[in-house]
Design a protein around this ligand. Structure first.
Ligand SMILES: NC(=O)c1ccc[n+]([C@@H]2O[C@H](COP(=O)([O-])OP(=O)(O)OC[C@H]3O[C@@H](n4cnc5c(N)ncnc54)[C@H](OP(=O)(O)O)[C@@H]3O)[C@@H](O)[C@H]2O)c1
Length: 254
Protein backbone atom coordinates (compact mmCIF):
# COMPACT_ATOMS: atom_id res chain seq x y z
CA UNK A 1 0.00 0.00 0.00
CA UNK A 2 1.27 3.43 -0.95
CA UNK A 3 0.52 4.81 2.51
CA UNK A 4 3.09 2.36 3.95
CA UNK A 5 5.80 4.41 2.22
CA UNK A 6 5.21 7.12 4.81
CA UNK A 7 5.34 4.82 7.82
CA UNK A 8 8.13 5.75 10.24
CA UNK A 9 7.42 2.93 12.67
CA UNK A 10 10.52 2.20 14.79
CA UNK A 11 12.63 4.86 13.06
CA UNK A 12 14.57 7.21 15.33
CA UNK A 13 14.53 10.94 14.67
CA UNK A 14 16.49 13.78 16.21
CA UNK A 15 14.92 17.23 15.92
CA UNK A 16 16.82 20.34 16.99
CA UNK A 17 15.00 23.42 18.22
CA UNK A 18 12.01 21.28 19.17
CA UNK A 19 11.00 23.22 22.29
CA UNK A 20 8.46 25.27 20.37
CA UNK A 21 7.44 26.55 16.96
CA UNK A 22 8.20 24.64 13.78
CA UNK A 23 10.57 22.16 15.45
CA UNK A 24 8.01 21.08 18.02
CA UNK A 25 5.33 20.69 15.37
CA UNK A 26 7.62 18.63 13.10
CA UNK A 27 8.74 16.43 16.00
CA UNK A 28 5.09 15.69 16.78
CA UNK A 29 4.34 14.95 13.12
CA UNK A 30 7.21 12.46 12.93
CA UNK A 31 5.97 10.73 16.08
CA UNK A 32 2.43 10.55 14.66
CA UNK A 33 3.92 8.55 11.79
CA UNK A 34 5.53 6.16 14.28
CA UNK A 35 9.03 7.53 14.87
CA UNK A 36 10.70 7.71 18.27
CA UNK A 37 11.95 11.27 18.60
CA UNK A 38 14.78 12.90 20.55
CA UNK A 39 14.00 16.58 21.00
CA UNK A 40 16.61 19.26 21.63
CA UNK A 41 16.77 22.89 22.73
CA UNK A 42 18.70 24.89 25.28
CA UNK A 43 15.61 25.19 27.52
CA UNK A 44 15.06 21.78 29.10
CA UNK A 45 11.52 22.50 30.36
CA UNK A 46 10.37 23.22 26.77
CA UNK A 47 11.70 19.96 25.32
CA UNK A 48 10.47 18.06 28.36
CA UNK A 49 6.96 19.26 27.49
CA UNK A 50 7.41 18.37 23.81
CA UNK A 51 8.63 14.89 24.78
CA UNK A 52 5.59 14.33 26.99
CA UNK A 53 3.25 15.27 24.13
CA UNK A 54 5.16 12.98 21.76
CA UNK A 55 4.86 10.03 24.15
CA UNK A 56 1.11 10.54 23.96
CA UNK A 57 1.44 9.16 20.42
CA UNK A 58 2.67 5.82 21.81
CA UNK A 59 6.36 6.20 20.94
CA UNK A 60 9.45 6.97 23.01
CA UNK A 61 10.84 10.49 23.25
CA UNK A 62 13.85 11.89 25.05
CA UNK A 63 14.30 15.57 25.85
CA UNK A 64 17.87 16.87 25.66
CA UNK A 65 19.19 20.26 26.70
CA UNK A 66 21.98 21.23 24.32
CA UNK A 67 23.30 24.27 22.51
CA UNK A 68 23.70 23.10 18.92
CA UNK A 69 26.23 25.82 18.15
CA UNK A 70 28.71 24.07 20.49
CA UNK A 71 30.58 20.99 19.32
CA UNK A 72 30.86 19.49 22.83
CA UNK A 73 27.08 19.80 23.33
CA UNK A 74 26.36 18.30 19.91
CA UNK A 75 28.64 15.32 20.59
CA UNK A 76 27.00 14.76 23.97
CA UNK A 77 23.54 15.05 22.41
CA UNK A 78 24.34 12.43 19.76
CA UNK A 79 25.89 10.10 22.37
CA UNK A 80 22.70 10.33 24.47
CA UNK A 81 20.49 9.44 21.50
CA UNK A 82 22.72 6.55 20.40
CA UNK A 83 22.94 5.21 23.96
CA UNK A 84 19.15 5.18 24.16
CA UNK A 85 18.17 4.01 20.67
CA UNK A 86 21.39 2.67 19.14
CA UNK A 87 20.61 4.51 15.90
CA UNK A 88 19.60 7.83 14.36
CA UNK A 89 17.68 7.43 11.11
CA UNK A 90 16.40 10.98 10.68
CA UNK A 91 17.99 14.32 11.54
CA UNK A 92 16.01 17.55 11.33
CA UNK A 93 18.28 20.60 11.56
CA UNK A 94 15.67 23.10 12.63
CA UNK A 95 17.23 25.24 15.39
CA UNK A 96 17.63 28.76 14.10
CA UNK A 97 16.98 32.39 14.80
CA UNK A 98 16.29 35.64 13.01
CA UNK A 99 18.29 38.75 13.84
CA UNK A 100 17.19 41.64 11.66
CA UNK A 101 18.56 45.07 11.03
CA UNK A 102 19.84 47.49 8.45
CA UNK A 103 23.25 46.51 7.08
CA UNK A 104 24.71 49.92 8.03
CA UNK A 105 23.88 49.26 11.67
CA UNK A 106 24.31 45.49 11.79
CA UNK A 107 27.09 44.54 14.21
CA UNK A 108 29.76 41.97 13.50
CA UNK A 109 28.66 40.22 16.69
CA UNK A 110 25.09 39.80 15.35
CA UNK A 111 26.50 38.64 12.01
CA UNK A 112 28.51 35.89 13.72
CA UNK A 113 25.56 34.95 15.97
CA UNK A 114 23.29 34.55 12.94
CA UNK A 115 25.77 32.41 11.03
CA UNK A 116 26.46 30.33 14.15
CA UNK A 117 22.87 29.47 15.01
CA UNK A 118 21.58 29.01 11.46
CA UNK A 119 24.53 27.57 9.54
CA UNK A 120 27.26 26.37 11.92
CA UNK A 121 24.69 24.43 13.96
CA UNK A 122 23.59 22.58 10.81
CA UNK A 123 27.23 21.82 9.97
CA UNK A 124 27.95 20.48 13.48
CA UNK A 125 24.80 18.34 13.77
CA UNK A 126 24.97 17.05 10.21
CA UNK A 127 28.64 16.12 10.53
CA UNK A 128 28.26 14.40 13.90
CA UNK A 129 25.07 12.50 13.07
CA UNK A 130 26.33 11.94 9.52
CA UNK A 131 29.34 9.91 10.81
CA UNK A 132 26.86 7.46 12.29
CA UNK A 133 24.68 7.41 9.17
CA UNK A 134 27.73 6.78 6.98
CA UNK A 135 28.55 3.71 9.07
CA UNK A 136 24.97 2.47 8.73
CA UNK A 137 24.91 3.38 5.04
CA UNK A 138 21.53 5.08 5.29
CA UNK A 139 19.92 8.18 6.66
CA UNK A 140 17.60 11.10 6.06
CA UNK A 141 18.86 14.59 6.78
CA UNK A 142 16.45 17.49 6.56
CA UNK A 143 17.53 21.09 6.93
CA UNK A 144 15.13 23.90 7.63
CA UNK A 145 16.28 26.76 5.46
CA UNK A 146 13.93 29.54 4.38
CA UNK A 147 12.53 31.17 1.28
CA UNK A 148 14.91 33.95 2.33
CA UNK A 149 17.78 31.58 1.56
CA UNK A 150 16.94 32.20 -2.09
CA UNK A 151 14.99 35.48 -2.18
CA UNK A 152 16.29 38.77 -0.83
CA UNK A 153 14.60 40.81 1.88
CA UNK A 154 15.56 44.09 3.47
CA UNK A 155 16.91 44.21 7.02
CA UNK A 156 17.75 40.52 6.63
CA UNK A 157 21.20 40.31 5.04
CA UNK A 158 22.78 38.05 7.67
CA UNK A 159 19.70 35.81 7.85
CA UNK A 160 19.44 35.53 4.05
CA UNK A 161 23.16 34.74 3.84
CA UNK A 162 22.99 32.09 6.55
CA UNK A 163 19.96 30.37 5.00
CA UNK A 164 21.54 30.52 1.54
CA UNK A 165 24.45 28.71 3.18
CA UNK A 166 22.11 26.09 4.61
CA UNK A 167 20.71 25.43 1.13
CA UNK A 168 24.17 25.02 -0.36
CA UNK A 169 25.25 22.77 2.53
CA UNK A 170 22.19 20.65 1.75
CA UNK A 171 22.98 20.38 -1.95
CA UNK A 172 26.71 19.76 -1.52
CA UNK A 173 26.17 16.97 1.01
CA UNK A 174 23.40 15.43 -1.07
CA UNK A 175 26.01 14.94 -3.79
CA UNK A 176 28.85 13.90 -1.46
CA UNK A 177 26.85 11.45 0.66
CA UNK A 178 24.63 9.90 -1.99
CA UNK A 179 27.09 6.99 -2.10
CA UNK A 180 26.25 6.27 1.53
CA UNK A 181 22.52 6.18 0.77
CA UNK A 182 21.96 9.35 2.77
CA UNK A 183 19.30 11.73 1.47
CA UNK A 184 19.83 15.40 2.27
CA UNK A 185 16.97 17.78 1.53
CA UNK A 186 15.73 21.12 2.73
CA UNK A 187 12.36 22.60 3.65
CA UNK A 188 12.13 26.31 2.90
CA UNK A 189 9.22 28.02 4.64
CA UNK A 190 8.26 31.66 4.16
CA UNK A 191 6.51 33.53 7.00
CA UNK A 192 5.05 31.11 9.58
CA UNK A 193 3.21 31.85 12.81
CA UNK A 194 5.73 31.21 15.59
CA UNK A 195 7.43 33.19 18.36
CA UNK A 196 9.89 34.47 15.74
CA UNK A 197 7.16 36.32 13.86
CA UNK A 198 4.47 36.80 16.54
CA UNK A 199 5.40 40.39 17.47
CA UNK A 200 5.82 41.44 13.83
CA UNK A 201 2.47 39.92 12.84
CA UNK A 202 0.64 41.88 15.54
CA UNK A 203 1.11 44.88 13.26
CA UNK A 204 -1.86 44.44 10.92
CA UNK A 205 -0.25 46.58 8.19
CA UNK A 206 2.86 44.40 8.12
CA UNK A 207 0.77 41.24 8.28
CA UNK A 208 -1.39 42.30 5.31
CA UNK A 209 1.66 43.33 3.33
CA UNK A 210 3.16 39.84 3.88
CA UNK A 211 -0.12 38.12 2.99
CA UNK A 212 -0.31 40.16 -0.21
CA UNK A 213 2.91 38.42 -1.34
CA UNK A 214 1.50 34.93 -0.65
CA UNK A 215 -0.74 33.47 -3.40
CA UNK A 216 -2.57 31.21 -0.89
CA UNK A 217 -3.38 34.39 1.06
CA UNK A 218 -2.53 33.35 4.59
CA UNK A 219 0.45 33.14 6.93
CA UNK A 220 1.77 29.59 7.32
CA UNK A 221 1.10 27.49 10.41
CA UNK A 222 3.67 25.14 11.98
CA UNK A 223 1.41 22.22 11.03
CA UNK A 224 1.81 23.18 7.36
CA UNK A 225 5.25 21.50 7.50
CA UNK A 226 3.95 18.16 8.81
CA UNK A 227 3.38 16.40 5.49
CA UNK A 228 6.66 17.58 3.98
CA UNK A 229 8.82 16.57 6.95
CA UNK A 230 7.23 13.11 7.12
CA UNK A 231 7.64 12.71 3.35
CA UNK A 232 11.33 13.68 3.44
CA UNK A 233 11.95 11.41 6.45
CA UNK A 234 10.25 8.41 4.89
CA UNK A 235 10.82 5.81 2.18
CA UNK A 236 8.47 7.84 -0.03
CA UNK A 237 11.37 10.21 -0.78
CA UNK A 238 14.15 7.63 -1.27
CA UNK A 239 14.96 8.86 -4.81
CA UNK A 240 14.93 12.55 -3.86
CA UNK A 241 18.08 14.28 -2.66
CA UNK A 242 19.56 17.77 -2.77
CA UNK A 243 16.15 19.38 -3.16
CA UNK A 244 14.64 22.44 -1.57
CA UNK A 245 10.90 22.17 -1.02
CA UNK A 246 9.28 25.55 -0.55
CA UNK A 247 6.41 25.37 1.93
CA UNK A 248 5.47 28.97 1.43
CA UNK A 249 1.89 29.31 0.16
CA UNK A 250 3.27 29.93 -3.32
CA UNK A 251 5.49 32.92 -2.41
CA UNK A 252 8.43 31.55 -4.41
CA UNK A 253 6.32 30.73 -7.48
CA UNK A 254 6.03 34.40 -8.49
N1 LIG B 1 8.94 31.25 11.71
C1 LIG B 1 9.17 31.56 10.43
O1 LIG B 1 8.49 32.40 9.81
C2 LIG B 1 10.27 30.87 9.68
C3 LIG B 1 10.35 31.05 8.30
C4 LIG B 1 11.36 30.41 7.60
C5 LIG B 1 12.28 29.63 8.26
N2 LIG B 1 12.20 29.49 9.60
C6 LIG B 1 13.21 28.66 10.27
O2 LIG B 1 12.58 27.62 10.97
C7 LIG B 1 13.34 27.27 12.13
C8 LIG B 1 12.43 27.33 13.36
O3 LIG B 1 11.89 28.62 13.47
P1 LIG B 1 10.77 28.99 14.56
O4 LIG B 1 10.11 30.21 14.05
O5 LIG B 1 9.98 27.79 14.89
O6 LIG B 1 11.68 29.40 15.80
P2 LIG B 1 11.29 29.53 17.36
O7 LIG B 1 9.83 29.47 17.58
O8 LIG B 1 12.07 30.70 17.86
O9 LIG B 1 11.94 28.20 17.97
C9 LIG B 1 13.32 27.97 17.85
C10 LIG B 1 13.69 26.75 18.64
O10 LIG B 1 15.11 26.55 18.48
C11 LIG B 1 15.72 26.47 19.77
N3 LIG B 1 17.09 26.98 19.69
C12 LIG B 1 17.48 28.24 19.40
N4 LIG B 1 18.81 28.35 19.48
C13 LIG B 1 19.28 27.11 19.85
C14 LIG B 1 20.56 26.59 20.12
N5 LIG B 1 21.65 27.35 20.03
N6 LIG B 1 20.67 25.28 20.47
C15 LIG B 1 19.57 24.50 20.57
N7 LIG B 1 18.33 24.95 20.32
C16 LIG B 1 18.19 26.24 19.96
C17 LIG B 1 14.81 27.30 20.67
O11 LIG B 1 14.92 26.96 22.03
P3 LIG B 1 15.98 27.63 23.05
O12 LIG B 1 16.02 29.09 22.75
O13 LIG B 1 15.44 27.27 24.38
O14 LIG B 1 17.28 26.95 22.77
C18 LIG B 1 13.44 26.90 20.13
O15 LIG B 1 13.03 25.67 20.69
C19 LIG B 1 14.50 28.25 12.17
O16 LIG B 1 15.62 27.67 11.57
C20 LIG B 1 13.99 29.42 11.33
O17 LIG B 1 15.03 30.17 10.77
C21 LIG B 1 11.22 30.07 10.34
Amino acid sequence: MCVELFNLHDKVALVTGAGKGLGKSMALALSESGAHVAVVSRTFSDVEETAQEIEGNGVTSIPIAADVTKLADVKKMVDIVLAKFNTIDILVNNAGAFIGGKMQEFSLDDWYKTIEINLTSAYLCTKTVGMHMIEKKRGKIITISSALGVFGASRSSAYCSSKGGVIQLTKALAVEWAKYNINVNSIAPYTMETDTTREMLKDEKIKQSIISKIPLKRIGLPSDLSGTVVFLASKASDYITGQVIFVDGGFSAQ
